[in-house]
Ligand binder design. Sequence first.
Ligand code: 5CA
Length: 165
Amino acid sequence: MSSELSPGARRVQAALADRGLPGRVVELPQTTRTAVEAARAIGCEVAQIVKSLVFRGDRSDRAYLVLVRGVDRVDESRLAEIVGEPVARADADFVRERTGFAIGGVPPVGHREPLPILIDAALLEMPELWAAAGTPHAVFRVLPDELSRITGGRVVEVGVVQRPS
Ligand code: 5CA
């Protein structure tokens, strides 16, 4: 029940309900802070996890939210070409300030201020996805078409498979 969710997860639950997806958020006892941890907790493939990564525009100081598969990373030079300015990965303070959520729980909807959203095309090829819902223990299930619709994100090719470090 939504009344049992923590405050961050409740905000995402409300944003989803506003967009026609009520009751989707689940809070798990296990951590879902990273894509690998979330996949383990849910019992799905890492590629089905939506990573919500915030980048900072060098010139505009804008926040860009990029959604990629859990197995991918963002090609920053490609992203820079797409948004028309150099970008860098945002730090924890910037992420919290602009989205209203801490890294590890950043959702694709429900942000403090509207921000441009870019969706990597590969994400939309997955049959079913799971995204963060405001806290490092909260997620929600979403279909690719639903993710496009609720975010209004621009579909781009910006993801590259992450190599093991
Ligand atoms: N809850 C999961 C998905 S359900 C989640 O939020 N995954 S994530 O991939 O979108 O967010 C974690 C990501 O935040 C990591 O992949 C990592 O790239 C990034 N991150 C972790 N620590 C930092 C940091 N200090 N600064 C910037 N980015 C960070």
